[in-house]
Design a protein around this ligand. Sequence first.
Ligand code: DAH
Length: 335
Amino acid sequence: MEVSLLINEIKKHFEADILLFAEGKIKHDDLKNKFLGRKGLLADVFAKMPTFTNKAEAGKLLNLFKNELTEKIDSLSQNSVVAKNTKKLDLTLQGRKPNLGSLHLLNETQREIEEIFISMGFEIANGPQVETDFYNFEALNFPDDHPAREMHDTFFVEGDVLLRTHTSNIQIHVMQNQKPPVRIIAPGKCYRNDTPDATHSPVFAQIEALYVDENVTFTELKGTLDAFVKALFGKETKTRFRPSFFPFTEPSAEVDVTCVVCKGKGCRVCKNSGWIEILGSGMVDPNVFKSVGYNSEKYTGFAFGLGIERVTMLRYGIPDLRLFLENDVRFLKQF
Ligand code: DAH
């Protein structure tokens, strides 16, 4: 028999099988084996080679056909993968919503506080977290043997290098580098060797504020803080100043706001007082001005510092400070 006749036979078979393949009735591997396999239809024809009259011509035709068939079968597999996937891909289905990140609650509160003070004309300042005794204590009028130093549970690094225990160190850096008027707030991490519990963490964040100019008065401190707490906690919030002590301010005051939970009626959070302490403040001590070379006869100023975790806990009714640091998505997602 002529080789071309045999090739035509195979072509017919192949065309029929392609239809079956398209219907999913034949697997791709089976198709390939049936035609191109070692015992396949094409191999059969190759085996008949000695019987062909023009062997060279037959060989050529057969090889061409084999290539053609191989190409078709291979391309069939690729197309069919695409075909199958297209069938499964339902473009009308709704997509899966990706989990979007958002600002951490502490950063959000910090930014909000920054915005409030920026709107009042303050600028943002920064300072080092690894600090020397001079900036963290001495220049802030903590004498060597003052008990207030011990209250700070300082982490010492080496010699007189330490992790700052508050953001008040930034006051000194700013005043060393700038003549009055100074009007800054300075957010940042602080460190104290405290055992973690619901209200303490060895790492926490504060925001420091400093305003120095001629004729800055305690009244301005009160007015500024009153405007600030109203912006942060709501218009109905009141402030109360209680005499206190800080080495770097004189006079000093701790500031309470009407309890954010009971609005002043008295509850568990405010221990029935109706008030909650939120920050420390005062008029800059002349000794601090002296340590940075400011003329305390000419300039006065106020300063205050507040804990970002504490303020955030109050605003959102968060009972335990450790929740901020655990990064449990179930907690973070609520805000
Ligand atoms: N540095 C104080 C602390 O960590 C907070 C503070 C109180 C800052 C009074 C001030 C201030 O600037 O005037 O407890």
